[in-house]
Each structure stands twice: as C-alpha cells, then as structure tokens.
Design a protein around this ligand. Structure first.
Ligand code: FAD
Ligand code: NAI
Length: 474
C-alpha cells in the first residue's frame, strides 16, 4: 500500500470525510485518518456529527416527539392510546443503530471513492521540500507523506471551570444522548442549541427540565420576534428557562446540586438527578502536534485560516469546527468541498451569508441571513412581512399551527436579506429561502412563485407577499 498521497485529511467528521471524497472525485490520491472508536474499539468515522451530535440527537428528537404525540397529540385526531409505555433501552438502541448505519455508510463511500482510511490519530512529524510527514497511530504507527494536508479535527464540549464531565451525573452532549433512565429532575446549563434540543428530548420523555442561562436574553442570536415566540411556546410545553443566572458552586454526590444567583440577585440551591452542561464548544487540536511544523493557532485555539481556509503553512488547509465561523456540519462540508476543489486547481467557494441555522426543537427554529436587530444596528432600511402558521391550511390539518414565517427585504431593492421561521418543518422550509438568497431573489420573486396547496411552504409565499402588505390568507 502506498504511503504517499496528494492529500492527507486528518479528521473524518463532515468536514474531513466530505473533503476526502471530493478530492478523490477530482482524481487526487487521498488518505483520511480518523481516530473515533465505536464501543468495540473499531472505526466510527463521521466525527461528532455522526457519533454524538447531529445524527443521534435527531434520532432521539424524532423518537421522543413520537412519544409526546402519542401521549398528548393523538387524542385530538381521535386516536386513543391506552397503556402507553416508554421503552428507553429500545429508543437508545435505535439511535445507536442509526449512528452505525452512518459510520458504515462513510466507510463504504471511502471504499467506493478509493480513499485510503487509517483508523488512528494523525499528527504532524515534519515538513520538507515536497510536503509533510504525518504519523497515523492506531494499533500500529504508519508514516505517511502528503503534498497537501487538510485538517478537520473538529471541536470538544466546553466544561465549566473545576466541573469536569463525568458522563454519569455531569454530562456533555455525549452523556446527554445516553442517559439510561429518564431523570426526574434534569438541570441544563446553557440555553443554546444543545440545551434546547436535549432539554426537549428529556422533557418529552417525562423529565422536569430546568435550563439555566447566563445571558439576560433568550436566544440572543436569533431574530428577537422569532425568539420571543419560541420562548412563549417552550414555556407552554413546560420547559423552564431561567435567564440572567450566575452559576456558582456545583457539587456532585448522589445527585447534583447547583448553586446559582438569579437575575434579581437571589441565591438558589437546585438539586438535579443529572446535569447537562452545554455552554459551547472549543476547537480540538489535541494530539495534532502543530508545533512540529509551526502551524499557527489563533488566541482562542482555532487553527488560524484565511477566507479560503489556508493556514499559515503552504498547502496546509483547515475546515469545520476547528476554524472560525459557525460550528455546523453543513458549513464544515461546504468548506471541505471548497478546499478539495482549490487543491485541484478549481474555484471552490463558500457563501457565509447563506448558511442556514436550524434548532430542532418542536416547533423548529430556522433562519438564514440577517435578523431585524442586525439590520437595525447596521442602519439598513428594510421591510418586514410575517405570516402565522395558524392561517395555513396544511398546518391546521397537521394540528401544528404554532409559529410564523418572517421575511426581511431591502426597502429599496426588495432583495431578501433574511428569512426567519419558527414552526412545523422549519428545517425543510428554510431551504427555499437559502436558494432564493443564493440567487439574490426579491421578496416579490417568492411571492409570484406558485406553491403547492395545501402545504406549509404557502406560509413562505404569504410572508413574502406580506412584505408588500399583500398577504392573501391573513
Ligand atoms: P467533527 O465532526 O468534530 O469531526 C472531527 C473528527 O476528527 C472526529 O472524528 C475526531 O475524532 C477526529 N480527530 C480529531 N483529532 C484527530 C487526530 N489528531 N487524528 C485523527 N482524528 C482526529 N450541526 C449541524 O449542522 N446540525 C445539527 O443538527 C447539529 N447537531 C449537533 C448536536 C450536538 C449534540 C452537537 C454536539 C453538535 C451538533 N452539530 C450540528 C454540530 C456538528 O456536529 C459539527 O459542526 C460538525 O460535526 C463539525 O464537523 P467537523 O468535521 O469540523 O468536526
Ligand atoms: P451554544 O453556543 O449554542 O449555547 C451555549 C449557551 O450557553 C449560550 O446561550 C451561552 O450564553 C450559555 N452559557 C455560556 N456560559 C454559561 C455559563 N457559565 N452559565 C450559563 N450559561 C452559559 O452552545 P451549545 O449549545 O453547547 O452548542 C455548541 C454548538 O454546537 C452550537 O453553537 C452549534 O454550533 C452546534 N450545534 C448545532 C446544532 C444544530 O445545528 N441544530 C445542534 C447542537 C449543537
């Protein structure tokens, strides 16, 4: 087996494995090194996303939503369920099967595209005139040579100072996806994406969930109107979110006690059966040996790259969570493709203005582009149009009429500047907005497109019409 490659990718998450496949499609010889192990010690490519992120969280969100519907939603449809019971072991087992299908799928894709896979840790050894020497250490150590190196080593959960994750009582996303009995009381620190998604899963399965958030505003990065609507809906579901708290001492014994001060300055001592800490993630360069070749990191530990994902070293690139920008799987993938194409002499491109965000709660929250508070801060003149799902026939038939679609368009040109949705299937609906913004469409363009009836996407059209105050069904 050759140990010389045009491209060596370190990290097999969405950034790395997609970069490897695209580079191979373009005729380059490619190796991908990934160290993630499954519970048998075997390879489990796909990174955080596949193993302890996007995929297992969405599997549990789906399962717990079915359970919640059966318990609370079916009766309205005339479906009576007696003796409803949770089989948590089966639910967690299904999630693990979905993860494994994805791991196997990636290994198959590597084979199909002739990407050489190494299971182990990749590290820089040295640089010389024709490239980089990389060690791949798994059961054995192999020394590989690459002309180009793509670093896609991802991120790790941030722990609170002096409160390490034990994954029994104090849980990162890894432990939060594998709790073996529904906790009576679940505490969550951080009302960000993971806090809301994982809080929703365990609330639906019967836990009493309290989320403690440091910032005074709920989902500060989300359009204020959409965030306020979501906050109202989550409160109705019984998800308690306390804003503006200051976390004090955390003690873990049989349960976890959390001392905190609330927004009014009052002290509290809360007891939880488990505590999820979801306060953001930090870039991962552990074991990469950047110092062996002089790879520059920025002051926050991210690999320093330019707009084209080039590091400070010739032919060393970095993509995904380990570099600046949103920590999203699809952002990592787009960067991976763009870098592979640049290496092959093409013109890869990532449009950071049109990266969609989705929070997979119920209802889902999704957005692309600028929100109202950003446009106001930038002094951009805009028109807003909103349309509630309550006035959408398909949403009424579904029995899920919560939320709205909101369009923001340039007041002068009508170009769409942002689209914000809280409501059913927002994750799917946002795709239309992304396409529209990529093609620099106006709100009028969307308003004039025929949308199938009855469909949730009609709410998108109606919100576009509402920009010009011409909504038809509201
Ligand atoms: P990663 O997926 O972290 O992959 C990095 C890989 O590199 C890992 O396999 C790691 O083991 C390996 N590695 C690291 N160092 C080395 C080394 N030296 N040698 C060999 N291998 C190494 N994003 C979304 O877009 N949608 C979602 O729904 C979503 N849900 C999420 C839910 C949770 C609970 C979490 C935690 C994250 C979620 N994310 C989601 C974020 C998403 O998982 C990340 O943005 C994405 O995984 C980043 O991809 P990556 O390739 O940069 O890194
Ligand atoms: P986050 O950045 O989304 O949220 C962290 C929250 O914790 C913030 O609201 C922050 O103010 C709060 N916080 C920070 N320190 C705190 C403290 N000491 N006390 C109380 N609150 C504190 O980070 P999260 O939820 O950990 O997720 C990490 C990243 O993973 C996300 O930003 C996202 O990029 C990615 N992700 C994406 C998902 C998706 O696309 N659906 C799902 C889950 C994760």
């Amino acid at each position: 087996m050759s140990t010389n490659f045009d491209v060596i990718v370190i990290g097999g998450g969405p950034g790395g494995y997609i970069a490897a496949i695209r580079a191979a499609q373009l005729g380059l010889s490619v190796a991908c090194i990934d160290e993630w192990k499954n519970d048998k010690g075997g390879p489990a490519p796909g990174g955080t996303c596949t193993n302890v992120g996007c995929i297992p969280s969405k599997a549990l969100l789906q399962s717990s939503e079915h359970f919640d519907h059966a318990a609370h939603g079916f009766a309205e449809h005339g479906i009576e369920v007696k003796g409803l019971k949770l089989n948590l072991a089966q639910m967690l087992g299904r999630k693990d099967t979905v993860v494994k299908q994805n791991n196997d799928g990636i290994l198959y894709l590597f084979k199909k595209n002739k990407v050489t896979f190494f299971h182990g840790r990749g590290a820089f050894v040295k640089a010389d005139a024709d490239g980089y020497e990389i060690s791949a250490t798994g059961k054995n150590t192999e020394t590989l040579k690459g002309k180009h190196i793509i670093l896609a080593t991802g991120s790790n959960p941030r722990a609170l100072p002096q409160v390490p994750f034990d994954e029994e009582l104090i849980l990162s996303n890894t432990g939060a996806l594998a709790i073996d009995a529904v906790p009576k009381k679940l505490g969550v620190i951080g009302a960000g994406v993971i806090g809301l998604e994982m809080g929703s899963v365990w609330r639906r399965l019967g836990a009493e969930v309290t989320i403690l958030e440091a910032l005074p505003a709920f989902l500060g990065a989300v359009d204020h109107q959409i965030a306020a609507e979501a906050q109202k809906l989550f409160a109705k579901q019984g998800l308690t979110v306390e804003l503006g708290v200051k976390i004090g001492e955390i003690k873990a014994g049989k349960a976890v006690s959390v001392h905190y001060t609330d927004a009014a300055g009052k002290d509290h001592e809360a007891q939880f059966d488990r505590l999820i800490v979801s306060i953001g993630r930090v870039p991962n360069t552990i074991g990469l040996q950047p110092e062996a070749v002089g790879l520059a990191l920025d002051e926050r530990g991210f690999i320093a790259v330019d707009d084209h994902c080039r590091s400070n070293l010739p032919n060393v690139w970095a993509v995904g969570d380990v570099v600046r920008g949103p920590m999203l799987a699809h952002k990592a993938e787009e960067e991976g493709v763009a870098v592979a194409e640049r290496i092959a002499g093409k013109h890869g491109h990532v449009n950071f203005n049109t990266i969609p965000w989705v929070i997979y709660t119920s209802p889902e929250i999704a957005w692309v582009g600028k929100n109202e508070q950003q446009l106001q801060a930038e002094g951009v003149a805009y028109n807003a149009g909103t349309f509630p799902f309550m006035a959408n026939g398909r949403a009424r038939a579904l029995g899920d009429t919560s939320g709205m679609v909101k369009f923001l368009a340039d007041a002068r040109t009508d170009e769409i500047l942002g689209v914000h949705i809280v409501g059913p299937m927002a994750s799917e609906l946002i795709a239309e907005a992304v396409v529209a913004m990529e093609f620099r469409a106006s709100a009028e363009d969307i308003a004039r497109i025929c949308h199938a009836h009855p469909s949730l996407s009609e709410a998108t059209k109606e919100a576009a019409l509402a920009v010009d105050k011409r909504a038809l069904n509201f």
